[in-house]
Design a protein around this ligand. Structure first.
Ligand code: SAH
Ligand code: SF4
Length: 376
């Protein structure tokens, strides 16, 4: 019998927010940040005494299209309006804490938030593309046995502004190398913070915001069927990547403790509902852990599960995280795994490890700085 879907609301991770934090953990007495405004919320700028009908549009252009970091740069606003804006609003809430440039061109970026929490993003060049890996939470409640982000639990959700600012910061760090793709694959489980993630995606996608095409945005998720169905209802046709990691429910539950009861058939059906709505092929992610899930038996089971479905598999050899009880897979097993999947008619890509010299895999930057291996 199929198990009932795990309850997605209330989100298990929305509770650990600090008591003074809530949905906008900006700290007492701090002005709200413009980056936290939803597209509709920008109407609030009409309350400024000197505002005109086009003020919100002008300021939004400065923030998102021109990347202004101070009100002083907004040269087409009257001085009075600039002063009123500055008194009532901050442009952003995070500040760049430090960057970790890797030899292969990958850059890890740590941002410090109002409450002192650190979040990480990773900018990854590949040919003429540059992908930004974005975090959606500080930490993660799922606690996958192989992931650095899960080691501390979910400390709090990011606000939409904190999610978006990762893009603004990365964009200005390397203006000569424009970002082309955006993946929610940093720390956090996006479906545990869905309102903020969806608000951020709406701003990312809108021509009035960052104007990023939906096809350049990917949300990676552990994939509760109920959460996937909620994603299927969203009109913006962004991509979804489903973290599978194992071809059986029992093995998934062991690797992803906070997932709860896994129901693979229901998960795939719900994910493919979204495929039907958007026409986008689903990506399934499998982190390969040496001696744990990298055998031919697993590959063949994946083949039976996915063969004939519009799913492409991304094989990710595990990026070592000090202190976690895993080994990376040996290359020959990765190749054999990929071949077995291909024999079963499944499209496979093997992801090359990136940024390993500076340890920029999911959740690793923050962990490094928490452990004071190198303080920002
Ligand atoms: N919570 C979401 C999105 C963030 S993790 C999810 O799990 O899908 C994004 C991807 O990075 C996931 O597929 C995850 O399994 C993978 N990942 C996490 N830690 C990793 C590591 N040490 N090495 C390789 N991939 C890792
Ligand atoms: Fe959370 Fe994703 Fe890391 Fe698992 S892999 S602990 S779901 S961030």
């Amino acid at each position: 019998m199929a198990l009932p879907d795990p309850v997605v609301q209330p989100d298990p991770v929305s509770q650990p927010d600090p008591p003074d934090g809530g949905a906008t953990p900006s700290g007492a007495g701090l002005r709200p940040a413009l980056t936290d405004l939803s597209l509709e919320g920008w109407a609030a700028l009409g309350d400024l005494p000197s505002a005109r009908s086009f003020t919100a549009r002008q300021v939004r252009r400065w923030l998102y299209a021109k990347g202004a970091t101070t009100v002083d740069e907004m040269s087409d606003l009257t001085l009075a309006l600039r002063q009123e804006l500055d008194a009532a609003w901050r442009l952003r809430k995070g500040t760049l804490a430090r960057t970790y440039p890797s030899r292969d061109g990958t850059t890890g970026i740590l941002t410090r938030l109002d409450d002192g929490q650190l979040i990480e993003s990773v900018s990854i060049p590949e040919g003429d593309r540059r992908t930004l890996c974005i975090s959606s939470q500080v930490g993660c409640a799922v606690g996958c046995t192989f992931c650095a982000s899960g080691t501390e639990g979910a400390l709090r959700n990011l606000t939409a502004g904190e999610i978006l600012e990762q893009i603004l910061v990365a964009r200005e760090l390397e203006p000569q190398r424009p970002l082309t793709n955006y993946v929610f694959m940093g720390s956090g489980e996006p479906t545990h913070n869905l309102p903020a993630v969806l608000q951020a995606i709406a701003v990312m996608n809108s021509p009035a915001g960052l104007g990023i095409g939906a096809r350049r945005i990917t949300v990676s998720t552990i994939g509760h069927p109920a959460a996937l169905r909620r994603l299927a209802e969203v009109e913006i046709p962004f991509n979804v990547a489903l973290s599978l990691h194992a071809p059986t429910d029992l093995a998934r539950e062991a690797l992803m403790p906070g997932l709860g009861a896994s129901d693979l058939p229901a998960t795939l059906d719900a994910a493919l509902e979204r495929f039907e709505a958007t026409g986008r092929r689903l990506t399934a992610e499998v982190v390969l852990l040496g001696g744990v899930n990298d055998g031919l038996d697993e590959a063949e089971a994946f083949g039976r599960l996915l063969g004939g479905r519009p799913v492409a598999v991304n094989l990710i050899p595990w990026n070592p995280v000090p202190g976690l009880p895993h080994e990376p897979p040996v290359a020959s097993r990765v190749d054999a795994f990929a071949d077995a999947l291909r024999r079963a008619g499944v499209t496979v890509t093997v992801r090359r490890p990136r940024g390993q010299d500076v340890g920029v895999a999911c959740g690793q930057l923050k962990r490094r700085s928490d452990r004071r291996e190198d303080q920002p």
